[in-house]
Design a protein around this ligand. Structure first.
Ligand code: MN
Length: 240
């Protein structure tokens, strides 16, 4: 059987050592790659570009797309000015990944967004974010955990396809995000939420699309947590 080919969006790492200042590196944590390899699938790193033809070609060469974690998304994309607690943004990467989403939808390739990836999906389809969770009215649980990322830290309550797939009401996940979904994009439903009623997973499978987003980092807890393996399996099993 042919192996499934999964493209993962990369980031850009800016060198901080003074001898190499100005150097930039295409950057992707190895965890994503290890997770995909463990399913006997091929991982392709997709480097940031603003060339729409290259983006289109990238998508044509993969069976499915993973949008990886990272920087805050520019609030200009959901028509807001930056607030005090907004973190660092990278508009070039925003542009690259939004066009990856557009192409993946056009070419009917499944999409799995992780952390920033889920937030970007929500924005690409017209939703908005809390620029920092302290701007919510609700009191938050700890969404930036202080223990290592291999450890899970808070519960999420599953619904719809995820509660069916896991055959569970709730699972534990890790948490490393200071932003979250405010207005949910049209066409998406919530498949997981936390005790403070923050959206932790979104899903859309209308009109030949299959788009899943999770706010946690299953790739980081992949080897230590069965549920983290399982959410990757759910994605891989749905690549047609
Ligand atoms: Mn969380």
């Amino acid at each position: 059987m042919n192996k499934k080919v999964i493209g993962i969006s990369a980031s850009i790492y800016n060198e901080t050592e003074k001898e190499f200042l100005g150097s930039q590196y295409a950057y992707l944590p190895q965890d994503y790659i290890n997770a995909i390899h463990s399913f006997n699938s091929i991982a392709i790193i997709l480097p940031v570009t603003e060339d729409r033809d290259i983006i289109k070609e990238y998508v044509s060469k993969i069976d499915a797309l993973i949008l990886s974690g990272g920087y805050d998304v520019s609030p200009n994309l959901y028509k807001q000015n930056p607030k005090e607690k907004l973190g660092e943004t990278m508009p070039l990467r925003d542009y690259f990944e939004i066009n990856l989403i557009v192409e993946a939808v056009n070419q009917r390739k499944p999409i799995f967004g992780i952390c920033r990836g889920m937030q970007l999906i929500n924005i690409a389809f017209g939703g908005s974010l809390f620029q920092d969770l302290s701007y919510r009215k609700e009191e938050n649980i700890q969404h930036v955990q202080k223990s290592n990322a291999i450890n899970t830290s808070h519960f999420v309550y599953l619904s719809g396809e995820l509660s069916t797939f896991f055959n569970k009401e709730k699972i534990l996940v890790n948490s490393f995000h200071h932003q979250g979904i405010d207005k949910l994009a049209n066409g998406f439903k919530v498949l997981a939420h936390s005790d403070d009623n923050l959206i932790e997973a979104i899903f859309s499978n209308e009109k030949d699309t299959w788009i899943l987003g999770v706010q946690w980092h299953p790739e980081m807890s992949f080897t230590s947590d069965e549920n983290s393996k399982k959410i990757f399996k759910y994605f891989i099993d749905n690549i047609f």
